[in-house]
Design a protein around this ligand. Structure first.
Ligand SMILES: O=P(O)(O)OC[C@H]1O[C@H](OP(=O)(O)OP(=O)(O)O)[C@H](O)[C@@H]1O
Ligand SMILES: Nc1nc2[nH]cnc2c(=O)[nH]1
Length: 176
């Protein structure tokens, strides 16, 4: 068990499991997007570690760009998604792979998809390391899912609790 800020968390997904799953996703993306020169669009802050490891496993030419949006404060969503750093790349006619650490309710991703669609890309795909199926409220398709997890708050491998815990190399779940 570990303490992050003022809450206790228990080990949930080991760094070995993360590494092998991320590597499989990299192979899949490389096969599916061969010849398309995709853009890996990471969503800050949470996706930085997943994006970094995934990008190293993508063996085809790919651009990398970042957007920064946020809706969570502590362990709860504010229900209000804000763009804190916008797109700095033209997505017109491009194949865009959105890279997220987690899709929970789906609110953030839904917001991002509509933002990107305004730029008329050729294709949008979604890659998320984690998905909480019980919490997911939308019906957009998620193309690459690392792990489906229960509806409990997690930290580590980029994911934070109030800013803390992002640097942990494995994923932990909030203790009951
Ligand atoms: O599906 P949802 O319910 O919208 O939740 C998922 C979002 O929540 C987290 O971001 P957060 O707002 O905590 O910002 P961060 O990436 O800076 O940690 C996570 O990185 C996703 O972007
Ligand atoms: N750190 C963290 N951020 C989230 N954003 C949405 N769900 C979660 C979660 O379980 N953990």
């Amino acid at each position: 068990m570990i303490k992050v800020k003022d809450k206790d968390f228990v080990p949930f997904i080991s760094s070995d499991n993360l590494a092998s799953r991320v590597s499989q996703l990299g192979v899949q993306i490389s096969n599916d997007f061969a010849g398309e020169d995709p853009i890996l669009l990471g969503v800050l802050n949470g996706s930085f570690m997943f994006l970094s490891d995934l990008a190293k496993r993508v063996t085809i030419p790919a651009e990398i760009s970042l957007v920064k949006i946020a809706s969570y404060s502590g362990t709860v969503s504010t229900g209000d998604v804000k763009t804190l750093m916008g797109l700095d790349i033209d997505l017109t006619g491009r194949s865009v792979i959105i890279v997220e650490d987690i899709v929970d309710s789906g609110l953030t991703m839904d917001f991002l998809i509509s933002l990107i669609l305004k730029q008329t890309p050729k294709k949008i795909a979604i890659a998320t390391l984690l998905l909480k199926p019980e919490a997911f409220k939308y019906d957009f398709k998620i193309d690459y899912i690392g792990f489906e997890i229960p509806n409990k708050f997690v930290v580590g491998y980029g994911l934070d609790y109030d800013g803390w815990g992002r640097n942990l190399p494995e994923i932990y779940q909030l203790k009951n």
